[in-house]
Ligand binder design. Structure first.
Ligand code: DLL
Length: 435
């Protein structure tokens, strides 16, 4: 039997959904035009006025917005309500080190948490459940989002944050947590630690896990399910449109339902911007219909996927998206953190290194590794081994300050990193992230 958190919305007829989206879109465009100068300019440049957008069929008239706009408008340029009405922010890294900051009113937080509650219910959760939240808390949206969803539903919430894995397992045993929320790589690591502690899935009470924030394969799903004795569900979202809960998996596990009462999804050709049909592969674009403080219209996520409007056996009528199949930019997600190569390059140049480097990412025992190979500049060549070790440590520290995760830095002699005659291949990602 399928369970829903808000059945009247999650199972709305196509007519009801369209009517709701049309009405919300028209009022959202008006709200944005009236309150955000940045958008007003973009729309004026395109010659589109709020009255031109009355239904979702008019969506194509609006300009796209991207991470570059977020950077340009940082920090308040896209804020659509007075700052006094905001109660929370979340943040993630941007392309060249400038952060993306998203603002929330009280109502925005409330609706976001409802989206997360839907995901927990779709994974079989009820108020009787004990939700162990092992996503990071803080600026990252994972901890706060699932925590809020768990509260909405009335579950007992364990706000563990990530890390301290043996303690996570101790709590699982003592408090009999039934649902685990964290990144898939952390879930895999918890599974391994459980085994290393001489325990089996029978020693814990978990029944389901809600895992997202990074790409993971079906193979990894099977592994986690076996090692923790659970059913593992995917959840998708991004800071720019609240955080987790933009889309979630149901019991059918054939794609993630997008919460279409809050977001309109489009798929576009990333090269031309042309809108593609359902079933075609392209870049996902979101328009948020209900966010008041930070409402993005036609935001280019850079995630490549496919939409599917076929009827789902769970009874939900919301469109489904596939797992992201890649990116249309060079962002990588390493240990759950969004990383752009340009951020690493910025640090190297700031620290006086030449722009000859190679970034290698791998996954060893379900944990991501990040190695940065950098050439020494010619004036550094006489450094002793000890000096070089110190330089490596300092550079790793500077990169950690920028990214929030520690790399292993290898300083190599000048002219040893392969030069390219075309586009330099700076990143080697050896992980198998997509099926
Ligand atoms: O990762 C929000 C989130 C938290 C989602 C917890 C799910 C669970 P950001 O840090 O802004 O937000 O990263 C957003 O992560 O554009 C995708 O590329 C990637 N991503 C998110 N969920 C998934 C997923 C959070 N289920 C970026 N599968 C997005 C693959 C995902 N990639």
């Amino acid at each position: 039997m399928a369970n829903y958190y808000q059945p009247e919305i999650e199972c709305a007829s196509e007519e009801q959904r369209k009517a709701m989206q049309d009405e919300r879109l028209a009022s959202q465009v008006k709200h944005v035009y009236e309150n955000v100068e940045y958008y007003r300019k973009l729309m004026d440049e395109k010659g589109v006025k709020p009255e031109d957008v009355q239904t979702t069929a008019d969506l194509y008239k609006l300009p796209f917005i991207s991470k570059a706009d977020l950077r340009e408008a940082y920090p308040y340029g896209l804020l659509a309500t007075p700052i006094e009405e905001c109660v929370e922010i979340h943040s993630t890294s941007g392309t060249t080190g400038k952060r993306v900051v998203a603002f929330y009113t009280k109502e925005d937080v409330d609706l976001w948490h409802e989206c997360c509650a839907r995901a927990i219910v779709a994974a079989g959760g009820t108020k009787e459940d004990i939700c162990q939240i092992a996503y990071g808390y803080g600026l990252f949206t994972g901890g706060a989002g699932l925590d809020g969803g768990s509260h909405k539903l009335g579950c007992l919430t364990l706000p563990m944050s990530s890390g301290n894995t043996e303690r996570q397992i101790q709590f699982m045993q003592d408090l009999k947590s039934t649902i685990l929320c964290c990144t898939p790589s952390y879930a895999a690591y918890i599974g391994e630690t459980l085994r290393d502690m001489g325990l089996t899935p029978d020693d814990i009470s978990l029944k389901a896990g809600i895992f997202g924030a990074e790409p993971w394969t079906e193979e990894m799903r099977k592994d986690i399910e076996k090692n923790l004795g659970i059913k593992a569900y995917d959840i998708y979202g991004l800071t720019e449109s609240s955080g987790p809960g933009v889309a979630f998996e149901c019991s059918a596990q054939k794609g993630m339902h997008i919460n279409e009462d809050h977001f309109i999804a489009e798929i576009i050709n990333p090269e031309t911007g042309e809108v593609l049909s359902d079933g075609e592969k392209g870049e996902l674009v979101f328009t948020s219909l209900t966010k008041k403080a930070f409402p993005l219209l036609r935001y280019r996520t850079r995630d490549i996927c496919v939409l599917n409007r076929e009827k789902c056996s769970c009874g939900r009528t919301f469109v489904r998206m596939t797992k992201p199949m890649g990116r249309s930019d060079d962002m990588m997600i390493i240990r759950g953190v969004n990383v752009f190569p340009s951020q690493i390059e910025t640090v190297l140049l700031e620290q006086g290194y030449p722009p000859h480097y190679r970034i290698e990412v791998d996954r060893v025992n379900n944990s991501d590794t990040l190695d940065v190979y950098v050439e020494l500049s010619s004036n550094m060549f006489s450094d002793t081994v000890k000096d070089i070790a110190k330089k490596e440590k300092d550079l790793a520290g500077a990169i950690k300050t920028m990214l929030g995760i520690s790399p292993k830095v290898h300083l190599v002699p000048a002219k040893t990193i392969e030069r390219s005659e075309g586009k330099a291949v700076r990143v080697v990602d050896k992980r198998k992230l997509h099926d």
